[in-house]
Design a protein around this ligand. Structure first.
Ligand code: GAP
Length: 516
């Protein structure tokens, strides 16, 4: 048997193509394009029967790690973290105070010829080093070889080495008349960059006016800051403590792409950790280590991730220089050999609470219960990750090519995230086998998510379970009727063993526990 390959290998190409992952997701019911029968809607996705199970499993594991059984702190005591579920639509003043109305935008350029719109900071301008000929606008993230095609068409026979690449925002706008836009056929069609706000707008109530305008939240974090006082006043938490929230967020991304990686509707898992300003640096280090460990615990290999400090020009408006945001990045097939953001761990200082104090007039100071002279606005460390992006990451990591099995691949899910932990398959749909299988199913389903699949050729049913990442298949055959034993097939090795039917639950519980 040849060795199954992981989603990526050590040479310079990923073994897995995103096209295969997208096709699997549709074929097996993980992720569908939203409104598909109407031609879809760019940036929106629906999670099918298995996708929602996978997403819920990841969600529940995060909630458990944060709220139900939070980590043990440096003092040996469990941390205090409580949960929250705040509204998607809040008073619009929230987003003025948070800086999103004024600052949550991307610089955009329009093409007058093609009517297409681009993010200025995602475009490079190829300038001929000899000063002869047109300047060509091409995507920075050029995974489709567009630069080559544009050079062939407009590069006057010069190779890429004869050009110098400059990000569009660094090009003087007086030189725009020399540039041929990314999809244009003539120079001088790009407009000057304009800021485009990413928040979705709506109206609250029956009238549609500036006064009734509201926004869909672009991050779950602000709902936490708005409730910081409520939580302090209603629960027994004391600094340092955290408030965690999982929920939908909306951003009118200019360029949604790479499947669910960057969508317009997505889910976030965010925790705001409120601490004394003097302790913030130490807590940031604590959360970086803790979060990396969590990703490993759900099956992401350490070598598939990197930790990357934001450069000075990437720092958010709230982040503290030198101790600002660190991203945990994953090596996606579409970023390979590079990495893409999975989670940001930011030191937000006292920015948000101070802003809300100023804009709302509500005091956000924390008063130390043991010394009421000790009053301060807490600093915040924020581990913020995407739940829907986590689904994609887990799928990419689990996708394992194996030419030796009929499906050609399997999903190497950790049992904790697998939508189904085991499948029960009667060899044929007669001779009392379906009845025995149903009895076992009814018993097991009380303890774990199991699939009962009665009809079709057994090879096809194994292939389906491999494709959806079910760790174990239990087959009921004619011997079962005689000696009350079943076959257990292991997903990764395809090895089979026979055990007594009344030991199945105990066996699975032990095996799944060992694989956790
Ligand atoms: N409260 C901080 C915050 O929202 P962010 O880096 O903008 O920070 C946090 O978002 C996480 O949310 C990202 O690391 C990513 O996993 C996820 N995310 C952000 N924008 C997304 C999008 N358009 N589609 C899918 N996930 C997204």
């Amino acid at each position: 048997m040849t060795q199954a390959s992981p989603a990526k290998n050590t040479d310079d190409t990923p073994t897995v193509d995103m096209k295969d992952i997208v096709a699997l997701c549709k074929r097996r019911g993980f992720i569908f394009q939203a409104s598909e029968i109407y031609g879809g809607l760019n940036g929106f996705w629906d999670y099918g029967p298995l996708g929602v199970e996978l997403k819920n499993n990841i969600r529940d594991l995060w909630w458990k790690a944060m709220v139900t059984t939070p980590p043990i702190g440096p003092d040996g005591e469990p941390l205090q973290i409580v949960g929250l579920d705040s509204s998607i639509i809040q008073n619009p003043k929230t987003w003025v105070a948070s800086g999103h109305v004024g600052g949550f935008s991307d610089p955009m350029v329009d093409c007058r010829q093609t009517k297409r719109r681009y993010r200025a900071d995602h475009i490079n301008i190829l300038q001929p080093k000899d000063g002869e000929g047109h300047w060509l606008a091409v995507p920075q993230d050029d995974d489709e070889g567009i630069s080559e095609k544009r050079l062939k068409k407009f590069g006057k026979g010069k190779s890429i080495g004869a050009f110098e690449a400059t990000p569009l925002p660094e090009v003087n706008t007086s030189d725009y008349d020399k540039i041929i836009g990314p999809d244009a056929s003539e120079p001088g069609t790009l407009t000057e960059p304009k800021e485009f706000n990413l928040m979705f707008e709506t109206y609250v109530g029956a009238t549609q006016s500036e006064d009734s305008k509201a926004y869909l939240r672009p991050e779950t974090a602000q709902g936490i800051f708005l409730n910081y006082k409520n939580v302090l006043d209603s629960s027994r938490v004391r600094i340092p403590f955290g408030i965690a929230q999982i929920g939908k967020a909306y951003r009118n991304e200019v360029n949604p792409r790479n499947f669910v990686f960057r969508s317009r509707e997505f889910e976030q898992m965010e925790m705001e950790w409120f601490c004394h300003p003097d302790d913030a640096k130490q807590w940031r280090e604590f959360w970086i280590a803790e979060r990396k460990r969590w990703w490993e615990s759900i099956g992401i290999k350490s070598e598939s991730m990197i930790l990357r400090e934001h450069d000075r020009d990437e720092l958010s408006h709230y982040a503290k220089e030198g101790e600002g945001t660190l991203d945990i990045e994953y090596q996606f097939p579409f970023t390979y050999p590079g990495f893409g953001e999975l989670e940001g761990i930011a030191h937000r200082c006292d920015y948000d609470l101070t802003q809300h104090q100023e804009h709302s007039g509500t005091k956000m100071q924390y008063i130390d219960p043991d010394d009421n002279q000790n009053r301060y606005i807490p600093h915040v460390i924020e581990p913020a990750s995407g739940l829907t992006r986590a689904v994609l990451t887990v799928l990419c990591e689990a996708y394992t090519v194996d030419p030796d099995r009929p499906s050609g691949m399997y999903l190497n899910f950790k049992p904790s995230v697998a939508p189904k932990k085991a499948a029960i398959l009667p060899l044929v749909a007669k001779d009392g086998m379906p009845e025995l299988a149903t009895k076992l199913y009814m018993d097991l389903r009380e303890d774990m998510a199991v699939d009962l699949d009665i009809k079709q050729n057994i090879g096809k049913r194994y292939a389906r379970q491999d494709e959806i990442g079910t760790p174990f298949c239990i087959t009921i055959d004619s011997d079962t009727l005689q000696d009350q034993t079943v076959t257990i097939r292991h997903r990764n090795t395809m090895e089979q063993e026979r055990i007594s039917i009344d030991k199945v639950k105990e066996y699975l519980t032990e095996q799944l526990g060992q694989m956790a």
